[in-house]
Design a binder for this molecule. Structure first.
Ligand code: AGP
Length: 616
């Protein structure tokens, strides 16, 4: 997620902004920039890479001192992390500077409109359109930057936090937000704007949280908040009692808890902007011609760890929606088994970091064999997307905790989108069928939210099992990879034996593991889809319970068949069969995190593990 800081007051704006951006570094970013107003002139600098790149540039070419300014650390979504794509973005006259967090869905149409009116846009970003629109609206708004911002916001679609300054509006910083965080810090003779309070609590702990669709005008002497129409603002004033470290986690004890809570938004953001005006699906950067995709006769998905579990779920969707054979491969094994690949093979790599060496080397091997590669990745501009033929970015935002949660859910969404895209391109899915699935996906953020709201019993159960020595996880169909993911989470966080199985495999050996009191988590498929699978897994639950297992059953609302055999019953919302992993995984994330916390483990940085494994 991008970091934003705005300031107006008596201090050096550059110092306050740079210090604030440093406090937001934990959010992950790949470029940084600042803009300062001084004596009616706007000055700015921005650099790809880490903050120190920008600071070195500012040492080499210092900006004049000013007391009004803004800054940004960018987590790239549209456009690779380059100097040109870094924020702030300026208009052609160099009078307006804008920074942005979020996605402006209708930026393409706005870009075209601005170009027709003679604006020259210099970057690949969606953000830049706001700069030029603000420049256009400033005069008609009576040189009132807040009014200009209100007019522009009324034209934007999507999720955005915007902060802007104008050379002809000295001592004013204006911000706006829709579905993206923006908080005000109120000081004495100075005021702050930021994407979270960590940026300014060194200066003030008096904060104001803005409501939806709000515009805020900051001056030294005060803050004015309105809605996008100029009517009374909605906001909440509060005192920040967190310390700086807690503020980075938005008040959560661990980044992992914060990232679990961010999953509804991450899923929603990953869906944003995927449907063109013509109702057709679009991927971010597809450099694979439709005809080539139509000639694909095999899909091979390659990944590691949690991303591999997403790949397993993708297989069900791709084969069901496109009828193309789909293989799923562990990256570390793939190259060494002399795989059969050719120009008719589509290889999909899935990676949160885009730098996992096992997956990267597999991707390179696949390309050497002539296969086309599509990368599903959460890190814009990382190596895998750069080297792939096509890219679909997840928009989970930076995932700081080593144990992957929100990235996993967004990988599932991306996999569903790729399967639909293949169906659309190959004609195996009609437009209305695609629209139906997209509508089902669009309902998933709310479903994930529902699950998150009912997790207290799961936390209590986890705490009660903190001395367990082993937990098994069972699932069938798309629930099988979910079981594997639940086991992986418990391994990497609680450092205990945990194993996932296909429930149908029980009788082929694993049932020998069942003994009195052994906790077994069972992910139950919907009774509505393949009810034979549901009936079989109910039998499995009976079998293990008869042998003493403590059954922890995850089943959809209304599934009464499991009730007699569940020692603990965790309900999930009714969802379409293939989308169930989006809700079934969440209790397993919470379970593992809480059990590890009960054991006193460092949840964000588990022992022996790295966030990105850049060695083979
Ligand atoms: C998952 O919780 C782990 N952090 C790990 O298995 C991870 O999924 C794996 O290393 C792959 O990482 P990537 O998605 O960045 O390629």
């Amino acid at each position: 997620m991008c970091g934003i800081v705005g300031y107006v007051g008596e201090k050096s704006a550059l110092d306050v902004v740079i210090e604030g951006l440093r406090r937001l570094e934990y959010r992950g970013y790949d470029s940084a920039g600042v803009a300062v107003l001084t004596d009616g002139v706007l000055v700015s600098d921005k650099r790809a890479g880490k903050l120190q790149n920008l600071e070195k540039a500012l040492q080499d070419t210092p900006l004049p001192v000013g007391k009004t300014g803004l800054g940004h650390t960018r987590w790239a979504t549209h456009g690779a992390p380059t100097d040109a794509n870094a924020h702030p973005h300026l208009d052609n006259a160099g009078k307006v500077a804008v920074v942005h967090n979020g996605i402006i869905e209708n930026f393409a149409a706005l870009r075209a409109e601005l170009a027709e009116r003679g604006h020259t846009l210099l970057s690949e970003t969606d953000t830049e359109v706001v700069t030029h629109l603000l420049a256009e609206q400033f005069e008609p708004s009576g040189r009132d930057l807040a009014e200009a911002m209100r007019r522009v916001c009324r034209r934007l679609e999507g999720a955005f936090t915007l902060v802007a300054v104008h050379a002809d509006a000295p001592d004013v910083v204006v911000g706006a937000r829709r579905n993206s965080p923006l908080v005000v810090g109120r000081g004495e003779g100075e005021n702050f704007l930021a994407s979270d309070v960590a940026a300014f609590i060194a200066h003030t702990r008096e904060a104001v949280e803005l409501g939806q669709d709000q515009v805020v005008e900051l001056r030294r002497e005060g803050v004015t908040i309105t809605d996008f129409a100029g009517g009374p603002g909605t906001f909440r004033e509060y005192h920040v009692d967190w310390d700086a470290s807690a503020a980075e986690k938005d008040g959560y004890d661990y980044f992992m808890l914060k990232e679990i809570a961010e999953q509804p938004k991450a899923v929603a953001d990953t869906l944003l902007g995927r449907i063109g005006a013509d109702g057709r699906l679009t991927l971010d950067e597809v450099r694979i011609p439709d005809q080539v995709l139509r000639e694909v006769d095999k899909v091979v998905i390659i990944a590691c760890g949690t991303s591999f579990h997403a790949a397993m779920i993708a297989k069900y969707a791709i084969e069901h929606w496109t009828r193309v054979p789909c293989e799923v491969e562990l990256a570390s094994e793939f190259r060494y088994r002399d795989p059969i690949l050719d120009r008719q093979t589509l290889v999909i790599t899935i990676s949160q970091s885009g730098e996992t060496m096992d997956t990267l080397m597999a991707q390179r091997h696949a390309r050497e064999q002539g296969a086309k590669v599509l990368a599903i990745c959460n890190t814009n501009g990382s190596t895998m997307p750069r080297e792939a033929d096509a890219v679909l970015y997840t928009h989970a935002g930076p995932e700081v905790a080593v144990a992957s949660t929100k990235a996993f859910l967004t990988q599932l969404v991306a996999c569903y989108l790729v399967a639909l895209y293949l169906g659309q391109t190959r004609g195996t899915k009609w437009g209305d069928e695609i629209t139906e699935v997209i509508e089902q996906l669009a309902a998933m953020p709310e479903q994930v939210d529902k699950v998150l709201d009912t997790m207290e019993p799961v936390r209590e159960l986890a705490r009660s099992l903190k001395d367990a020595t082993s937990v098994l996880f069972l699932g069938r169909h798309v629930g099988f990879p979910v079981a594997l993911e639940g086991a992986l989470k418990l391994k990497e966080l609680a450092y205990m034996h945990a194993e996932g199985f296909a429930a149908g495999e029980l009788k082929h050996g694993p049932i020998a593991l069942i003994e009195d009191g052994l906790p077994v988590v069972v992910v139950v498929p919907s009774p509505r889809g393949r009810s034979v699978l549901h009936d079989k897994i109910v039998s499995n639950i009976q079998e293990i319970r008869a042998r003493g297992a403590k059954t922890i059953v995850i089943a959809e609302e209304g599934d009464e068949a499991v009730v007699p055999y569940a020692d603990h019953l965790i309900r999930i919302p009714v969802t379409p069969v293939l989308l169930q992993p989006l809700v079934a995984t969440v209790p397993l994330q919470v379970f593992a995190c809480e059990l590890a916390t009960a054991k006193g483990h460092e949840v964000d940085q588990p022992r022996n593990l790295a966030k990105s494994v850049t060695v083979e």
